[in-house]
Design a protein around this ligand. Structure first.
Ligand code: ATP
Ligand code: MG
Length: 433
């Protein structure tokens, strides 16, 4: 019986992986422009880390985590908690009072797999620790917007403020009173939530609940003076940078740790899985996890959804491993000659391929085309005896006879000069032919 990958777990195979590389390269480029440093944390953490940060009554902790129950360890469902754990553990705040960190990698949530929703999925996550300055909120949203824009993805930015421990409890009471009156009309989940986490009722996707909360009080009108001022300053920052946004008073986000600014990048092109990225501020979380009392803000972009969007409007899939030169040896002696030549070319930095199956010239030319080789060196038995071979430029079809009776070292040196390691531009034009 064939063994298949688990439901909700996907391979990313050649032909697909190129888009992932493109996404990751763009992200690394943008994160560097914004002065972020990479951090890599383990996939397994103590269950308690996620329970304490994400919150016991959230969907993630209640039903989506992959936990080894007997060992009380969990495969990370998101990046922020692990990143903060590492920040605290290594005293990164002592090294630098403001840390700008990013990480890219797989996350795990036991959800119902569907388009844009997997059980192992990948996030690109960026966090700024050590400042509550509203300009940083605007800067972070601008960074997400720049990345999505440069990848050619159209999204809208929605934001809200969730207040702070000073103003949120008051709003919670006001909201609770509003919900009490409409309890009968809410879905089962919201009936339960209204006791533990009433704000979650605001972003329930159930149409019945949506209708009920339409008239609900707005948190934006219940902010304390400090939060209100912060909220205004974040918006001024966005306007100053020319970043389009809209306010969404129903956006709550599914994690308990958020304070003040929350935001989402929304697409119209993926059906129900509309959030491409999301994040927010968490000014008490570091301290809650046993660290210093420092504020923080971060966001994560889901890579699966981003790749789906790119696939929708990418006419030309970027070339993967285009080859500089294919050495076609015909017959055993020529293959033996090609074997050491190919190795010498690789040592000198050329992306090189050859055939090991003794195939015909026609078949080897086909292989060379398939790997988008820019040059092919054809070595037959006769040519080998005469010390000559044909070097064909696959881009313009020009051929030249070259001398091969000069030792592997000198020959490989000559070929490197002749077929300079390719730029992506050359590879792309080779592919178009
Ligand atoms: P959703 O509303 O889609 O469930 P979320 O609020 O749970 O998203 P976050 O925890 O904020 O998502 O994660 C940030 C981003 O990670 C999302 O915007 C999305 O692009 C991506 N993401 C989250 N869960 C999944 C998943 N199961 N599969 C693929 N991508 C995901
Ligand atoms: Mg979710």
């Amino acid at each position: 019986m064939k063994i298949k990958a688990l439901n909700g777990f996907k391979d990313i195979i050649p032909g697909e992986v190129e888009l992932w590389q493109q996404v990751e390269n763009s992200a690394r480029d943008i994160f560097a422009r914004f002065n972020f440093s990479e951090i890599r944390t383990p996939i397994l953490e103590k269950t308690d880390l996620f329970a304490r940060s994400i919150g016991e009554t959230t969907d993630i902790v209640e039903k989506e985590m992959y936990t080894f129950v007997d060992k009380q360890i969990t495969m990370r469902p998101e990046a922020t908690a692990s990143l903060l754990r590492a920040y605290i553990q290594h005293g990164l705040h002592v090294q630098k009072p403001i840390q700008r960190l990013f990480t890219i990698g797989p996350m795990f949530r036991h959800e119902r797999p569907q388009k844009g929703r997997l059980r192992q999925f990948h996030q690109m996550d960026a966090e700024v620790l050590g400042t509550a300055n509203p300009r940083v909120d605007a800067e972070l949203m601008a960074m997400g917007a720049m990345l999505l824009h440069e990848l050619g993805v159209t999204v809208s930015l929605e934001m809200n403020s969730l207040g702070c421990p000073v103003c949120r409890p008051g709003f919670r009471e006001t909201l609770l009173a509003f919900i009490e009156e409409r309890k009968e009309a809410l879905c089962e989940d919201c009936g339960r939530r209204s006791k533990t986490n009433p704000l979650r009722v605001l972003d329930c996707k159930n149409p019945k609940c949506r209708e009920q909360v339409e008239e609900a009080p707005s948190i934006q009108e219940h902010l304390c003076d400090d939060c209100d001022e912060h909220f205004g300053a974040v918006q001024s920052g966005l306007q100053q940078l020319g970043i389009q946004y809209s306010l969404n008073r129903f956006m709550v986000r599914g994690l308990d740790y958020y304070t003040r600014t929350t935001f989402e990048f929304i697409t119209q092109d993926l059906g129900a899985q509309a959030a491409v990225g999301a994040g927010g501020r968490y000014d008490s979380l570091v301290e809650k996890l046993g660290g210093p009392n420092v504020p923080g803000i971060g966001f994560a972009i889901g890579m699966e959804r981003l790749v789906l969007l790119l696939q929708q409007h990418e006419e030309e899939v970027p070339v993967g491993n285009a080859i500089d030169i294919f050495v076609a040896g015909l017959g055993e002696k020529a293959s033996e000659f090609a074997f050491s030549l190919v190795h010498a070319l690789r040592q000198k930095g050329l992306q090189t391929a050859m055939d090991h199956e003794g195939r015909s010239l026609k078949s080897q030319m086909k292989q060379a085309n398939k790997v988008h080789s820019r040059y092919v060196l054809i070595i037959g038995e006769n040519e080998l005896e005469q010390g000559q071979a044909v070097l064909r430029n696959m881009v313009n079809q020009e051929q030249q006879e070259i001398a091969i009776n000069r030792g592997t070292e000198e020959l490989s040196h000559f070929l490197v000069e002749e077929c300079q390691p390719s730029s992506n531009v050359a590879k792309l034009s080779a592919q178009k032919l």
